[in-house]
Design a protein around this ligand. Structure first.
Ligand SMILES: C[S@@+](CC[C@H](N)C(=O)[O-])C[C@H]1O[C@@H](n2cnc3c(N)ncnc32)[C@H](O)[C@@H]1O
Length: 289
């Protein structure tokens, strides 16, 4: 089932990159989304974008979480949006479908980009949504070409947040908005726990709320919104852990039992840290000065 969507390849990325390896064997992937669609009785040759939404949103809080970012950004049909770390493309497809935006997704992991291209073509959105395989810290996209940028549960995988924000600042138009959600570290999070999160879930660096504000200010943004989502995430992430457990047969079949057990172990550790108030989530909106 090959789609005809558009993808261009940026810098070459080694398979040894721990983030790429992690996402190459992620329980949510193109094959898993397609098998869920089949199980739901959908005809894969005649998919509507909304058929995918129950299965393709790889962030916390489903479509409502994306609507919250869209509201902060004031998105509409005239908006050109960059979906930073676009993964399987759930966010970009939803924004194009619901708000009529044109969207470019950028993601480091070639298998995620290929999946996003395919799913987007199958959903009939390739005229409005395209993808590039690129490191978000070194985007080769035209400067000042986007009205807005969105990111969901991805920046934790990027160690150099200053480089990321400089890259996003460059491609946004003056006055353009950046809205994102991400994991947030609280002061109790120890170095050992950070190391375990790096090894288990490829969490390269988790910033704190104030750290994010300082980084955004330092990169030439004015922060207009910073919200602690930890209480909501506590509930959502327990449910998500159960969802990943329910994918056992599928994950074991695709990647082996060891991978499934390692993932569930790391995810349980992560969810426990949220329960214990050492880790949480934040939502930000900032405007390019
Ligand atoms: C949790 S997934 C994203 C999910 C997506 N935002 C969604 O809501 O469906 C995180 C993504 O970040 C991407 N990523 C991690 N580091 C990156 C980087 N430096 N540049 C671009 N993408 C990156 C990974 O390849 C992965 O696809």
């Amino acid at each position: 089932m090959a789609g005809k969507g558009s993808m261009s390849t940026g810098s070459s990325v080694s398979d040894e990159n721990p983030v790429v390896s992690f996402f190459d064997e992620h329980p949510i992937n193109e094959g898993e989304i397609l098998s869920k669609l089949k199980d739901a009785g959908k005809d894969l040759d005649h998919l509507a974008p909304e058929d995918l939404f129950p299965f393709d949103q790889d962030h916390y809080g489903a479509l409502e979480a994306t609507d919250a970012l869209a509201a902060l950004l004031g998105l509409n049909a005239a908006s050109k949006v960059l979906d930073v770390c676009s993964g399987m493309g759930g966010t970009s497809r939803y924004l194009a479908w619901k708000y009529g935006c044109r969207v470019v997704g950028a993601d480091l992991t070639a298998t995620r980009v290929a999946g996003a291209v395919n799913l987007t073509a199958m959903a009939g959105l390739a005229d409005r949504v395209s993808y590039v395989q690129a490191d978000a810290c070194a985007l080769e996209l035209r400067g000042e070409s986007f009205d807005a940028a969105v990111g969901q549960e991805s920046f934790l995988h990027i160690p150099d947040k200053a480089a990321l924000l400089a890259s996003l600042h460059r491609v946004l138009k003056p006055g353009g908005g950046l809205a994102f959600t991400d994991w947030i570290a609280f002061p109790q999070l120890s170095d050992g726990e950070r190391r375990q999160l790096r090894e288990g879930i490829a969490a390269q660096h988790i910033a704190g709320m104030e750290e994010y504000r300082a980084l955004l200010n330092g990169a030439g943004f004015r922060v207009t919104h910073g919200e602690d989502l930890s209480a909501q995430w506590k509930v959502i992430l327990r449910e998500r852990l159960e969802m990943f457990k329910s994918l056992e047969a599928e994950t074991v079949r695709r990647f082996g039992r060891e991978r499934h057990e390692k993932y569930i172990g790391a995810y349980t550790f992560f969810v426990d840290l949220i329960d214990n108030g050492r880790l949480g989530g934040g939502r930000f909106h900032a405007v390019k000065l």
